[in-house]
Design a protein around this ligand. Structure first.
Ligand SMILES: [Zn+2]
Length: 700
């Protein structure tokens, strides 16, 4: 239930490993240098410094009132071409890459089998060493996944599926195997953790990829089927068999896609709230023996479920009932190969890369091994690694400063709610109650996760990955029936991102995001309040966006709005969906503004709050009249815009248009400032110019 944030990084984290590691080669290489030059990237001991407002990143030949994004980021775009192993490149991605280089240095040190390593240090060091042992990985070829393939081959009838599936799901931590199963807070009672059964089972990024009829979508499907066939070839199937198997996979996944909800439908939590007991679960899928499956997960005796998408499970049942055993085996083999591929020998890594990174995202080069290994350890042992990261890279002063800014932003929201002209007193009381209930989590968890039960071996990469996934899956399942742990974090400390959790009713800022250039204690307040102030306001606003507003102060899915106020809110959000729906992402693809509404609202609210907080701060500590020729108001807005400087490949833009709840960065700046009179005044724009339209949206 984590609403995201300023970027998609975290949302991609899980997929990053399955679909080849996500981010980020530092393109430290000079433009024009061969790729081998980039390989000279080295580990870092300390994070580098970049100012929160960098005039070299601007393009002052552009009129800020015509294209503020270009004005603020034009220089950055020119100076920061997309590295060959990246699908996009932006300020957040660059920071994440710097963080990874610091983590690399840490892991290199603990990978040495020296005395005195703590249990956690030993685990991260050994996990990294196993991943970096490329000679062994190449030598083993496809063998590491053989035990799972044997498990599938050994199925005698469809009756064996529930037990086999439980094992494969635990080992893959992936929702690609027929459906997704885990735990989460009950929508109706957030103090309770229950089991969740949700849609899944697809190889492509979203159900729409299977169902859209335009030429581009058809082309991608053809390429996907060809990729699946090549994976079967790599597993040793004949060409005819491989082609037939790929067709079976496509047919089964398409049937599951048809039963799946769209991303927009899933934005409304009421669509996902379907409490069920085991009998109800069983009645949705008569062909699947849940008792046996649940016993396989170690969950016998539980009787509280939420079935997020009941219609999906009916579609799943049709597949399980009508498909032959060998077709089900084919489907399972494909998904096992798919999740294992990034950790097997080069032919698997390359084939996986070719479709999921090159075709789907436009990336031209596989990321270097060290980077994939850092991402893996961060994913699987994130708090053991994060503990080492914050020792050197997050000071108590930084925490105090951020907390101060957060409190100012919260005060700004309180005054904003009190002064809202369209919200009645009854809703306001509830809104304030919710605001006061929000917990701030800054930097890293108070207590670190204990990984001592997780077995890591220096000569077993895929085994480590599977045990790590199973460790996490079991940890999640073990929460069922227990009180909610409010101290837990959903992101690791080095993550360059932040989130609001509606059911926890908390905002979370990992240490990784509270660093220059996003938060810069060396520079003046104005750009800091525009940038990090805006981010804090953004996360806070998620509690009141179209999705978050449906949860109350305790995190329960409960309507606390009067009818009239809810209607007023909807009327105002329509202005934003109309505005953003007009923007083009790539070619003829528009923003799906019903999908991006929550994020567009959060950007809007974030800027409102940042402006209020910054004015309060500036009144207490007056800013210098001019720095680098810019007024404090101008520096506030340029600082705000420069978090978003980015270059993106067209393939990546297309994928994001289909799946990313955030609008493209250019509109997260230009679409945003166009709604603010304060911007028009700061840059003396003439009413009617692109960044100063006559009609604006007014929400908060
Ligand atoms: Zn967000």
């Amino acid at each position: 239930m984590h609403s995201t944030q300023k970027t998609l990084l975290a949302a991609l984290a899980a997929a990053a490993i399955a679909a080849a590691p996500a981010h980020a080669q530092n393109a430290a290489a000079e433009p024009g240098l061969p790729a081998s030059a980039a390989a000279a990237v080295t580990p870092l001991v300390k994070l580098p410094y970049t100012p929160v407002l960098d005039t070299r990143s601007m393009d002052t030949t552009v009129d800020p009132c015509v294209d503020f994004y270009q004005y603020s980021c034009g220089g950055w775009q020119k100076n920061n071409p997309i590295p060959a192993d990246q699908s996009s490149w932006d300020v957040y991605a660059k920071m994440a890459q710097d963080n990874r280089r610091v983590l690399w240095g840490i892991l290199d040190k603990f990978a040495l089998q020296t005395d005195g390593r703590t249990v956690s240090q030993q685990k991260i060091g050994d996990a990294f060493a196993a991943c970096m042992d490329d000679r062994l990985t190449q030598q083993l070829g496809a063998r590491p996944m053989q035990p799972e393939l044997d498990l599938i081959a050994g199925m005698k009838s469809k009756k064996d599926l529930p037990t086999v599936l439980a094992t494969l799901q635990l080992n893959s931590g992936d929702d690609g195997l027929f459906f997704s199963f885990g735990s989460a807070q009950d929508y109706a009672d957030s103090s309770r953790v229950i089991a969740f059964a949700s849609q899944g089972g697809l190889g492509l990024p979203d159900r729409d990829y299977y169902l859209k009829t335009d030429a581009k979508s058809k082309e991608l499907r053809d390429k996907y089927v060809a990729h699946v066939a090549r994976m079967f070839r790599l597993m040793g199937d004949s060409e005819d068999d491989a082609n037939a198997h790929a067709a079976t996979v496509m047919a089964m996944e398409t049937a599951l896609a048809k039963g799946s909800m769209t991303l927009v439908e899933q934005r409304d939590p009421r669509h996902l709230n379907h409490p069920a007991n085991e009998r109800r679960l069983q009645s949705l899928t008569p062909s699947f023996d849940w008792k046996t499956y649940l016993a396989g997960l170690g969950l016998a005796g539980n009787d509280r479920y939420n079935v997020s998408q009941p219609r999906f499970f009916q579609a799943l049942d049709v597949q399980l009932r009508t498909r032959r055993l060998d077709e089900i085996k084919t489907y399972l083999r494909w998904h096992v190969a798919h999740v294992s591929a990034p950790f097997l020998s080069k032919p698997f890594v390359d084939e996986n890369f070719e479709f999921f990174r090159h075709t789907l995202r436009g990336v031209t080069q596989v990321a270097p091994l060290w980077q994939r290994c850092v991402v893996l350890v961060d994913n699987q042992l994130g708090e053991a690694l994060g503990q080492e990261f914050v020792k050197e890279n997050f000071s108590p002063e930084l925490k105090a400063k951020t907390l101060h800014m957060t409190q100012q932003i919260q005060a700004a929201m309180e005054s904003e709610i009190r002064n809202l002209d369209w919200m009645g007193p009854q809703t306001k009381t509830k809104a304030l109650e919710k605001l006061h209930g929000i917990v701030n989590k800054i930097g890293y968890p108070d207590k670190w996760r204990d990984y001592s039960a997780l077995v890591i071996q220096r000569d077993d990469l895929l085994g480590n990955v599977q045990r790590g996934d199973a460790f996490e899956a079991r940890r999640q399942l073990a929460k069922i029936g227990k009180p909610v742990d409010h101290s837990e974090w959903g992101m690791t400390p080095p993550t360059v991102n932040a989130y609001y959790d509606a059911q926890m009713n908390d905002i979370n800022f990992p240490a990784g995001v509270l660093q220059p250039p996003l938060f810069d204690a060396k520079l003046d307040d104005a750009p800091n309040y525009g940038d990090t102030g805006g981010t804090i306001g953004h996360e806070l606003t998620h509690g009141f966006d179209d999705e978050g507003r449906q949860f109350d102060a305790k995190g329960n899915l409960k309507n606390w709005w009067t009818k009239k106020d809810a209607a007023e809110f909807d009327k105002r959000t329509t202005c934003l969906t109309d505005q953003y729906g007009k923007y083009i992402v790539v070619d003829d693809v528009h923003i799906n503004s019903k999908l991006t509404l929550g994020e567009d609202l959060a950007d809007f609210g974030g800027l409102v709050l940042a402006i209020i907080a910054w004015k309060a701060e500036a009144a207490a500590h007056p800013a210098p009249q001019s720095i680098d020729g810019f007024t404090p108001d101008q520096r506030f807005f340029i600082g705000m815009a420069q978090w978003a400087c980015a270059n993106e490949r067209p393939e990546q833009l297309r994928l994001q248009a289909a799946t990313n709840p955030h609008s493209p960065n250019v509109y997260r700046v230009n679409g945003l400032v166009a709604n603010f009179k304060e911007f028009e005044q700061a840059f003396s724009c003439k009413p009617g110019q692109p960044m100063a339209p006559v009609n604006r949206c007014h929400i908060w």
